[in-house]
Ligand binder design. Structure first.
Ligand code: NI
Length: 166
């Protein structure tokens, strides 16, 4: 398992719904390991080259990491917060991104049971970032065209690395 970076086509696909079974649970658990190895706080399956609706995150809750199958945000606050975000698929880059400060989301857990959570702060931020990955949306899509032009050189460097990894 390796992290795919900007330029890899899987990062741009809309990911497929999954069944919760021994195979997908094993994949999610491997993703948790990969997230920690890479010093990340969240990881989506497309980032390891699998176009599946699986997200893992560690918003530093007492309960440990969260594994979400087929997650969906069904409520978001009107209150918008700006925050610097990084992404394992954009090594060495952070961007300030506006997102709703609180959300309510649902997902299937490792037993295939539907769960709901209210999240704010770090958890809300990470879930929204990772859910973007399931839609093929990346942090650079949130910034203005002008700012993206300024980032062009950095992006082409990352993209080159991505192509080599395919
Ligand atoms: Ni990311």
């Amino acid at each position: 398992m390796e992290i795919k970076v900007y330029g890899n086509p899987t990062l741009r696909l809309k990911a497929q719904l999954v069944e919760v079974n021994s195979e997908t649970v094993k994949l999610a658990e491997e993703m948790v390991g990969m997230m920690y190895t890479s010093n990340g706080v969240g990881l989506a399956a497309p980032q390891v080259g699998v176009s599946a609706r699986i997200i893992v995150l560690d918003p530093q809750l007492k309960t440990g990491p969260l594994i979400l199958f087929n997650p969906e945000i069904y409520w978001a606050d009107n209150d918008i917060e700006a925050c610097e975000e990084g992404c394992l698929s954009f090594p060495g880059m952070t961007l300030e991104i506006d997102r709703p400060s609180s959300i309510r989301y649902c997902y299937l857990d490792k037993e295939g049971k539907r769960r709901e959570r209210d999240a704010s702060g770090y958890e809300a931020r990470i879930v929204q970032h990772e859910l973007d990955h399931l839609e093929g949306v990346l942090i650079v899509d949130h910034v203005s065209q002008a700012k993206r032009l300024l980032l062009k050189r950095k992006l082409s460097e990352i993209k080159k690395t991505g192509k080599e990894q395919e």
